[in-house]
Design a protein around this ligand. Structure first.
Ligand code: FES
Length: 157
């Protein structure tokens, strides 16, 4: 069994005891696992006797939920106003082409997750890219490639 279903039991019990909402249970599961694993969603659907499709439509509607685990390197490109006017769309384009990912996706080798975000509060550094806790300011297509290559090389090392 890939995911530990035991961990979802507590959350299901809490949901029943409090007569909670499905959104609430998905939030708790997302927090517990870091994303919403397929087998956990199936288990919850069975236990609560709700259609899996209901859980999936909620999980895909709200961007705060994840259906895949986060990759080892989490690349976020800010697309807030200040970053946008300084060229964020070019950076998004480069990252998409280079990693073969759309925002919100994780590479099949689990190495990269790519996301776009709105204003990280460091507009003086626009356009901004972050990887984990690291901030990379005044980015352009060349510089963002250096960031990506650094992580690729780490993998090879
Ligand atoms: S708009 Fe990108 S950090 Fe503010």
């Amino acid at each position: 069994m890939g995911e530990d279903l035991q961990r979802s039991e507590k959350i299901i019990e809490k949901y029943r005891a409090e007569n909670g909402t499905l959104i609430g249970i998905l939030q708790d599961l997302n927090e517990e696992y870091g994303y919403l694993p397929e087998e956990v969603l199936k288990h919850v659907a069975r236990e609560l006797e709700v259609p899996e499709s209901t859980l999936y439509s909620l999980a895909t509607f709200y961007t705060s939920f994840r259906l895949q685990p986060i990759g080892k390197y989490h690349i976020r490109v800010c697309v807030g106003t200040a970053c946008h006017v300084k060229g964020a769309p070019f950076i998004v384009d480069k990252v998409e082409r280079e990693l073969g990912l759309k925002p919100g996706e994780t590479s099949s080798d689990g190495l990269f997750t790519f996301e776009t975000v709105n204003c990280l509060g460091a507009c003086a550094l626009a356009p901004l890219v972050t990887s984990g806790d690291d901030f990379h300011g005044k980015m352009d297509q060349k510089k963002v490639m250096k960031v990506i290559d650094k992580y690729r090389n780490k993998k090879k090392a």
